[in-house]
Structure formats: C-alpha cells, structure tokens
Design a protein around this ligand. Structure first.
Ligand code: TYD
Length: 135
C-alpha cells in the first residue's frame, strides 16, 4: 500500500482566517476532472464500500472528521482525516470505506475521472479476485 498517502497542502496563515488550496499537477499526482462532496452523514453510517478499477481520488475533511479505511487485498490501513489542510491520495484498486463521521463532517473528494459506474467494484469478493489476478 505504498502509494496511498497523506498530502499536505499549503496553509496561508492569516489573522483574518486561514486559507489552503490545491491545484492540478502541483499538489496531486493527477489532473482533476470532477469533484464531489459528502455531507449530512447520519451518525454511524458508512460510505464508499467499493474500489475503483482505474479512478484515483484525493479526499479532504473540509470540516469535521472521519476515517478512511483502505484495503489492498492483504492489509487494511486507517487514515483519520480531521484538518482541512491535508488530504488522502487514494490510488486505483484499493477497497475503501469512509466511517466514523463527526457531526457536520464535510468530505470533499477530487477525482481524476468523470463519474463512471463501470469503473466501480462494489463486491468485495470480486475485488479480492481481481486484485489477485483471478478474473
Ligand atoms: P457512491 O460513489 O456509491 O457513494 P459512496 O462511495 O460515498 O458510498 O455514489 C452514490 C450515488 O451517487 C451513486 O448512485 C452514484 C451517484 N454519484 C454520481 O452520480 N456522481 C458522482 O460523482 C458520484 C461520486 C456519485
């Protein structure tokens, strides 16, 4: 799972309020095609139980906090996102879940692709088969 990583973003400190940003190629290992966000998550809910065959993402907790659990077919790793000045780069072919959302958590996601349901693997057994090369 060497590729999944926290990416620190610029933080412009200012007495009037802080500012962070990211832009294509400078901070992410891909070009952004789409952004979406997840909000109003009821306590205890889990989002995103799936993998992408090709799509890559960058996930930020713009407000509040939540955990992103990544599984590469062998080991599972938990990343807690709770600041708006860093995010998690998620390469393709990792099973990912998002859980433990705080009240008012806002998950902001930048993707390298347009939405494509065909790229999703929504069955964990199929994911495990594909990752081990047994198609
Ligand atoms: P999904 O990716 O399954 O959500 P999560 O991974 O957070 O559980 O998407 C939920 C629904 O929203 C699904 O019906 C597809 C739709 N959707 C879009 O139409 N466009 C998008 O960019 C995304 C991310 C989802």
């Amino acid at each position: 799972m060497h590729q999944a990583q926290i990416i620190n973003l610029p933080k412009i400190l200012d007495e009037r309020g802080n500012l962070s940003f990211f832009q294509n190629e400078h901070h992410l290992p891909f070009t952004i095609q789409r952004v979406y966000w997840i909000y109003d998550v009821p306590g205890g809910e889990v989002r995103g139980g799936h993998a992408y065959r090709e799509m890559q993402e960058f996930i930020i907790a713009l407000s509040g906090s939540f955990d992103v659990i990544l599984f590469d077919g062998k080991e599972e790793k938990k990343f807690t996102l709770n600041r708006s000045y860093y995010g998690l780069y998620v390469p393709k072919m990792l099973w990912r879940s998002m859980e433990n959302f705080s009240t008012n958590a806002l998950a902001f996601v930048a993707s390298d692709s347009f939405y494509d349901e065909q790229d999703y693997i929504r069955d964990k057994d199929i994911f495990i088969n594909e990752i081990h090369g047994a198609k």
